[in-house]
Design a protein around this ligand. Structure first.
Ligand code: 2HG
Ligand code: ZN
Length: 463
């Protein structure tokens, strides 16, 4: 627990409104959406400025307490969990958009701005911020950058990394860095900005960011297709990509659809049953594009790689079709899912999906596997649901055993054991399945350089 003297000093930095130690706040700010860890922070500090963030980190270095940086806490790998008496530093009071430049098409904002507000601000300028995912209404841009968030439009626009033009960061030893200053081109050596993107709050706390906005896509149109097999999903991708620049290519299994239809009261996209569904999105900005999509659909039917399909006729219908995919994670969260977030190269997805599916079935036939994800990026969300009759501890034991096999398979294909959710606490002990000993040694050296006293996010990413 924190020395009372330190609490007084923290109070001096952030004031009455910026310090909380009540039980509800400790419980709320000490956990993220991973849910499996018991929160136990000492205090919650809510700075209002970069100077206050810097003063807190400097105090932590002097007084020896640890810090968990905290955004919207929507992460699924325990990266924002405070379970060891740390001080949570929440950026939620730093929520201002500070600047917009029409010629640069960029905005600068504080780290606590909610992702959806950035999307909204961009739309008001007739522009577009392309990083999007179901948690965008709660997640904060600082957290998105710290985890290099992905989501549903990566296939066309890239990850958060591709949108960041500049960063302001306070390092683990309390220095202020201003990186890249919004420049598009800057070939002056190591780009430290990219080191902080995806560093999960272990090297510094991001306080401000400049983001590139882009032309808003025109008339986004959604297709949902029923598909007979894993391999056919990837053939559908090839077929449509030959004709169109897709802005999304997602998939989900019949089991996933079953839960969103049953629990959220959504309508099925069409009556024909299918074991898998692909959700595609494209800019329907000319008659030629719609024609190309319809042609690819007809060809898919003729080749038996598509069983049935529906194409949105309005933005309302497009949104309704998206809900079938976006609500899966939230819907199944009540069935105690064991989660994995894997990726392999796109060309290896079909083989990988089949092999993992078989591994899980061999381990325990009663496991219900819910497949979905950003299959066009090679990113698969594997969720195994706890059978109602099985004890939680038994279930997690089975899953951990099968997980070792899944990770070994991922390693053999040079894939990733965490494609977009980060490493945090949950995947930390498995890092070596995706990163070499030499890489991990360099990562440790980076940590020692920027955070020599190990003040920031202890135990996350690296043990
Ligand atoms: C998604 O794509 C999210 O829906 C959550 O990344 C994935 O819950 C999951 O496994
Ligand atoms: Zn995802």
């Amino acid at each position: 627990m924190l020395n009372p003297e330190v609490l007084v000093q923290l109070h001096h930095i952030v004031g009455d409104q910026g310090l909380r130690t009540d039980v509800l706040s400790l419980q709320t700010y000490g956990r993220d959406w991973t849910k499996i860890y018991e929160p136990a922070p000492s205090a919650i500090a809510l700075p209002k400025s970069t100077e206050q963030v810097q003063a807190i980190i400097q105090l932590a270095n002097q007084a020896g307490f640890k810090i968990v940086p905290s955004g919207g806490r929507t992460g699924l790998s325990g990266g924002a969990v405070a379970a060891q008496g740390e001080v949570v530093v929440s950026l939620e009071r730093m929520r201002h958009i500070l600047d917009f430049n029409v010629q640069d098409r960029s905005l600068t904002c504080e780290a606590g701005v909610i992702t959806a507000q950035i999307q909204q601000f961009a739309a008001e300028q007739n522009l577009f911020y392309p990083v999007d995912f179901a948690a965008a209404g709660s997640s904060q841009i600082g957290g998105n950058i710290a985890t290099n968030a992905g989501g549903i439009k990566v296939i066309r626009y890239g990850l958060t990394r591709q949108q960041v033009l500049g960063l302001e960061v306070v390092t683990g030893q309390g220095e202020l860095l201003k990186l890249n200053h919004g420049l598009v081109k800057n070939a002056t050596g190591y780009d430290l900005r990219h080191l902080f993107i995806g560093s999960e709050g272990t090297l510094g706390i991001i306080t401000q960011a400049s983001l590139q906005l882009i032309r808003a896509p025109d008339n986004l149109t959604v297709l949902v297709l029923g598909v007979p097999a894993f391999a056919a999903l990837m053939q559908v991708l090839l077929r449509f990509q030959a004709n169109l620049d897709l802005t999304a290519f997602e998939f989900f299994s019949a089991e996933a659809l079953h839960y969103v239809v049953q629990d959220q009261g959504l309508a099925k996209p069409f009556a024909t049953p299918a074991p898998y569904y692909a959700l595609l999105e494209f800019e329907n900005d000319s008659a030629g594009r719609e024609q190309a999509a319809l042609q690819a659909f007809q060809d898919g039917l003729a080749q038996n790689i598509v069983l049935d399909g529906v194409m949105s006729q309005s933005q309302t219908q497009a949104k309704a079709l998206w809900r079938l995919r976006e609500l899966i994670s939230e819907t199944i969260s009540v069935y105690t899912p064991y989660k994995n977030d894997l990726s392999v190269r796109v060309s290896q997805v079909a083989e990988f999906l089949q092999a993992v599916d078989q591994l899980v079935a061999e381990r325990y036939a009663a496991f219900e596997v819910i497949w979905y994800g950003h299959i066009g990026d090679g990113n698969l969300h594997l969720n195994i649901l706890k059978p109602a009759t099985m004890e939680k501890a038994d279930f997690f034991e089975h899953c951990a055993a099968v997980n070792e096999q899944v990770f070994a398979l991922t390693q053999s294909l040079k894939g990733s054991i965490s494609a977009e959710h980060g490493v945090g606490l949950l995947k930390r002990d498995y890092l070596a399945y995706s990163r070499s000993p030499e890489e991990i040694a360099y990562m440790r050296a980076m940590k020692a350089l920027f955070d020599p006293n190990q003040v920031l996010n202890p135990g996350k990413l690296l043990s």
